[in-house]
Design a protein. Sequence first.
Length: 138
Amino acid sequence: MTTRIFVNLPVKQLDRSIAFFARLGFSFDPRFTDDSATCLVVADNIFVMLLTEPRFQSFTPKAICDATHSTEVLLCLSAENRERVDEIVRQAVAAGGSTYSEPQDHDFMYGHGFQDLDGHIWEIVFMDPDAREHAAGP
């Protein structure tokens, strides 16, 4: 069996979060969706469970981090090229998200990111391993 990853994130308004990520082109698995949760499909084996804060709280004895003031996790997704990195960030901002920094260009790696409606940071990166090898020399 292939290992799958499920990242769990608390959200204040599930319907708003679903609409936000749908505008970025993500789909959702209806088998894991109800009025307190949805399963955002990132890839065949990568999923993000968006859980209402009360539902999220039921899984942990710890306080929920307010991602608009603190960072507990950075989510990073790869993109096929630099243009796609910028396109995803533009779509996120148009859907109500915001940027938190300027794009970063490290020759072999280009990245930018956005904050979703609940303040979670999503980094989008394009990495060219061939450029990294050439930069390092023989």
